[in-house]
Design a protein around this ligand. Structure first.
Ligand SMILES: *Cc1c(COP(=O)(O)O)cnc(C)c1O
Length: 365
């Protein structure tokens, strides 16, 4: 059995450290804020090479707060890639703006400057750049285009902890970035958690205030905010896991390297393009085939767990019926062909060989 995700194996590998961290929080009886949250924010900011980090309750809130912190005029148009998780677009609408979907590149599944340029309208004020599957989008060209058109850039780095574009960690390359610590993410909490990163002190201050009731001090509220904080227990757990993250990302890359070696030229299988001069976080290893449904069932029979990210392109969801205007998105057809192979720090490159053997067997039929 080759598992898609194995959080129990991960816990077993670091159990004493995790148990001690949890016990420390219980002993301190500090459950909101405190030293653990501050230390995690400091350590995660350093890890992502960002000047500021604000812990939040989850990345969906984080995206909404980050967008709100930009202070764009209400109803601004914001571009969102059509193949992503709904949080990327939900946050735009919830922050009071209008979503405009556009297609990412067909080989990397990433947003590009050319893609943004094709989708731009005079009303566009910002773009959500998703570092999808853990691979950093080409930030230099995106930031140059954004500067030319006066666009704000929000990085959805929910899948891209530790990823680097041309040697720079993602998250604070654009105006503001957001990370998810949902349990199954590369850096996962034991519940919901997230973080906002930025190099802009004013944005950081505003985001922190929005996430904490618009307050400056305990009962001094400058504006109405909300309650979206990273809790202390999760911060303590994340501090432990952060120490292992680089090793885990390296293990994911070792599995990906092996996939590239053993999966070349199999049937109609299309492998993802790994950009040059990037450190991919390999949250997911996503391949493409016209025979996705039967292949997924075949692999399941052979004990190989897979996933689909995502089965329906965002513009095709019922939630976006109200935006339907006859536009055709490449992402719509793609959604029927994507298949996420087992990937994670719980796997050895040998697992890729077993997956490849099952795939060879399937395509030989
Ligand atoms: C997981 C994810 C989110 C949302 O993260 P939560 O912490 O679960 O709210 C947002 N965007 C992308 C691309 C994700 O994968």
């Amino acid at each position: 059995m080759i598992k898609f995700l194995d959080l129990k194996a991960q816990y077993d590998s670091i159990r004493p450290e995790i148990d001690a961290a949890i016990a420390g929080v219980l002993d301190s009886a500090t459950f909101i804020g405190g030293a653990e949250v501050q230390a995690f924010e400091r350590e995660f900011a350093a890890y992502q090479q960002a000047e500021h980090c604000i812990g939040v309750a989850n990345a969906t809130d984080g995206l909404e707060i980050a967008i709100e912190a930009l202070g764009l005029p209400p109803g601004s148009e914001i571009l969102v890639p059509a193949n992503s998780f709904i949080a990327s677009s939900e946050a735009v609408t919830r922050a009071g703006h209008r979503v405009r979907f556009f297609d990412a590149e067909p080989d990397t599944y990433l947003v590009s400057a050319a893609g943004i340029e094709r989708a731009l309208t005079p009303a566009t004020r910002a773009v959500i750049v998703v570092h999808l599957y853990g691979q950093p989008a080409p930030m230099d060209e995106i930031l140059a285009l954004a500067a030319r058109h006066g666009l704000r850039v929000v990085e959805d780095a929910a899948q891209a902890h530790g990823a680097e574009d041309q040697g720079r960690r993602v998250g604070a390359l654009g105006d503001i970035g957001v990370f998810s610590f949902y349990p199954g993410k590369n850096l996962g909490a034991y519940g919901d958690a997230g973080a906002i990163t930025t190099n802009d002190a004013a944005l950081a201050k505003r985001a922190r205030m929005i996430a904490n009731h618009g307050r400056i001090s305990k009962y001094d509220h400058e504006f109405e905010g909300r309650n979206s904080r990273l809790d202390t227990l999760q911060a303590a757990i994340l501090r432990v896991k952060l120490r292992h993250l680089d090793h885990w990302v390296d293990r994911r890359n070792a599995v990906a390297d092996r996939y590239f070696q053993v999966l070349a030229g199999l049937g109609d299988l299309v492998l993802p393009r790994h950009r040059t001069n990037v450190r991919h976080a390999y949250h997911l290893f996503v391949v493409r085939t016209a025979r996705r449904e039967t292949l997924q069932a075949f692999l399941k029979d052979r004990g190989v767990e897979t996933g689909i990210h995502y089965p329906v392109a965002l513009p095709d969801l019922a939630a976006y019926d109200y935006l339907r205007d006859g536009t055709d998105y490449a992402a719509s057809a793609l959604a029927g062909q994507l298949l996420s192979l087992p990937m994670g720090e719980h796997l050895n490159p040998g697992a890729a060989d077993l997956v490849a053997a099952a795939l060879r067997e399937y395509f030989a039929q």
